[in-house]
Design a protein around this ligand. Structure first.
Ligand code: ADP
Ligand code: ASP
Ligand code: MG
Length: 400
């Protein structure tokens, strides 16, 4: 019988009542003869509050203790769902990552899954148990607990789907699928029926956090079909599958993505010598700072250099900059958002950039940084212009 892996996200686990609703749903589906394995995230907001506490004690600490702390949220969720299933007389078994055989690298807080020993899970499934696996966590060869990066339960679900050759990996969340823009920012956005892996990967990397990027990469590599669904509304959802990507019918752009986890650093009076850039960006690289966009302008031998980074990398960035520029030459723009239009259809069409800028000109927004590729255009703009910019771009590319 085919296996379905079902992952429920934090928003679907916001209360005990919601956990009981998931239990009811699982009972119903089991009665229909579905054989499943469940992966859970932590309850809504739980991981954030753990991170806050950790930072109160030791800002920016990353290491074994941090991962032990963060992984605890998922342990609570699986235990509570197990209680709800016990009450409903469903044969189930809770498995933390080490019990589910999920072995990772020892890169704490961003560990990579190296292998999954599915023997135990397969035996449980054969014996008719419903396995409940704690998402987001792993174990190193030397038995240290790790976590897989924010949103990492999606990765657990896809990795288990690949290893157990599941028919589909269902990601249950608080929206009914993947939309042409974040429905919380633009409620008129349209649900997309099907997306290819590369388009979804591009959207995820540009901030559409409905799926974690690494899970889409793995799904693409191991050909796992994903369905994104609402955890309580029974609607069809969106399929992420291996398909010939030509863009949605008639539209050049498939979606508008935004990312609030971005800030711009502007350095003035910098050297325009390439050696300066080489040393600066190498030093930032050594501190694991993720650099997204870079732009430089030179005027009469004076240069200024801007680049964008995630908010979370600011402390390390400032530490590095101390050795390269004077404090008064550094400005930080933290109320910023990266907004992007994404679509494989863009590769075959001219004029997308013109349409992008003419839409942005209606908002009269400032643009801090810009970048383009064959299938996307991104601009970093002031955060206050986010909603209006999504609206005009949606109107431009989807006609409403
Ligand atoms: P979960 O807790 O289930 O993992 P997430 O918060 O990680 O849920 O992802 C769901 C959220 O993704 C939605 O609430 C929505 O605001 C956001 N989102 C961003 N872009 C999109 C998009 N294009 N389509 C659907 N949801 C999106
Ligand atoms: N609980 C973790 C997080 O908040 C993992 C997840 O939700 O997928 O990032
Ligand atoms: Mg998520």
């Amino acid at each position: 019988m085919n296996l379905v892996v079902k992952k429920f996200g934090g928003s679907s686990l916001a209360s005990v009542e919601k956990i009981e609703q998931i239990a009811d749903r699982l009972v119903e589906e089991q009665k229909k003869g579905e054989r499943s394995l469940v992966v859970l995230s932590a309850m809504f907001g739980y991981t954030d509050s753990l991170i806050k506490m950790a930072h109160q004690i030791y800002p920016n600490y990353l290491g074994p203790a941090y991962d032990i702390l963060l992984s605890s949220g998922e342990q609570i969720s699986v235990a509570l769902l197990s209680l709800a299933l016990e009450k409903r007389a469903v044969k189930n078994k809770v498995l933390l990552a080490h019990q589910a055989g999920i072995q990772t690298s020892s890169f704490f807080s961003k560990a990579e899954i190296e292998s999954i020993d599915t023997t135990k899970l397969e035996n449980l499934l054969k014996e008719g148990y419903l396995p409940l696996v704690a998402g987001f966590q792993g174990i190193t060869k030397d038995n240290q607990i790790t976590t897989l990066g924010r949103g990492g339960s999606d990765l657990t679900a896809v990795a288990l789907s690949a290893s157990l050759k599941a028919e589909v990996c269902k990601i249950y969340t608080d929206v009914t699928g993947v939309f042409t823009a974040d429905p919380r920012i633009y409620p008129s956005a349209i649900k997309i029926k099907e997306l290819g892996f590369s388009e979804m990967m591009e959207m995820a990397s540009l901030g559409s956090k409905v799926l974690q990027i690494r899970c889409v990469e793995l799904a693409s590599k191991s050909k796992v079909n994903i369905q994104v669904l609402h955890s309580s509304k029974k609607e069809e959802g969106t399929w992420i599958i291996n398909k010939k990507e030509t863009g949605m019918e008639g539209s050049v752009v498939s979606a508008i993505a935004h990312d609030l986890n971005t800030l711009v650093i502007k350095l003035t009076n910098t050297s325009s010598e390439i050696e300066f850039h080489s040393k600066l960006f190498s030093a930032l690289g050594r501190e694991s700072v993720f650099i997204d966009m870079i732009s430089q302008s030179t005027h009469k031998e004076k240069s200024s250099l801007s680049f964008s980074i995630p908010h979370t990398d600011l402390t390390q960035t400032l530490k590095v900059l101390k050795d390269f520029v004077k404090e008064e030459d550094i400005s930080i723009i933290d109320q910023a958002v990266k907004i992007s239009v994404v679509g494989v259809g863009m590769a075959q069409h001219c004029g997308v950039a013109g349409r992008f800028f003419s839409a942005l000109s209606q908002v009269k927004t400032q643009i801090y940084l810009l970048t383009t590729s064959e299938i996307k255009i991104s601009a970093i703009i002031p955060e206050k212009n986010l909603k209006e910019t999504v609206r005009v771009l949606h109107k431009e590319f989807f006609n409403f």
